[in-house]
Design a protein around this ligand. Structure first.
Ligand code: ZN
Length: 158
């Protein structure tokens, strides 16, 4: 999955806000990513390979590289989209009331580039009771560093 080629905004460390218009994004992003991120589209349920994986790692915004969620807060919601109960930090994502399609929902957007990610519902598991229902196509998953992984595995089993 490489949606980041020739993307000047993409960084896993830069936290400065990204401000680009849709025309610019259209040139940079793949049509699948553009459709969800900039047009507030929704991928088909069960279509994302990220929905099932349980690997340790971090989920970044596929548009700008902002850290959004970590694997420890991912859970199986059965809704067909990658689900998390908590973002990495409070500022990782921003929220907006979404009343489209006759529903009252809360839209979740990337805190850095304002790309549409998905929605948050209040039927999630503890400790937050929240379910962040996120389109896999706008997530960029990076496995935890090997050393860190070893350390964690070692700490668990021995
Ligand atoms: Zn972003």
């Amino acid at each position: 999955m490489n949606s980041v080629k020739n993307n000047p905004a993409y960084s896993n460390t830069d936290t400065s806000k990204v401000n680009m218009n849709d025309e610019e994004w259209k040139k940079i992003l793949s049509s699948e990513v553009y459709q969800v991120a900039r047009q507030k589209g929704t991928e088909s349920p069960w279509s994302s390979p990220l929905e099932k994986i349980k690997d340790k790692g971090t989920y970044y915004c596929a548009v700008c590289g902002n850290g959004l969620f970590v694997s420890d807060t991912k859970f199986e919601s059965g809704c067909g989209w990658p689900s998390f109960y908590q973002p990495v930090t409070k500022g990782s994502v921003i929220y907006e009331v979404d009343n489209t399609y006759g529903m009252k929902r809360t839209e979740v957007m990337c805190g850095r580039c304002k790309s549409h990610l998905g929605h948050v519902f209040d039927d999630g598991p503890p400790p937050t009771g929240l379910r962040y229902c996120i389109n896999g196509v706008v997530l960029d998953f990076k496995k935890a560093q090997k050393a860190e992984q070893k350390y964690k595995d070692g700490a668990k089993s021995k």
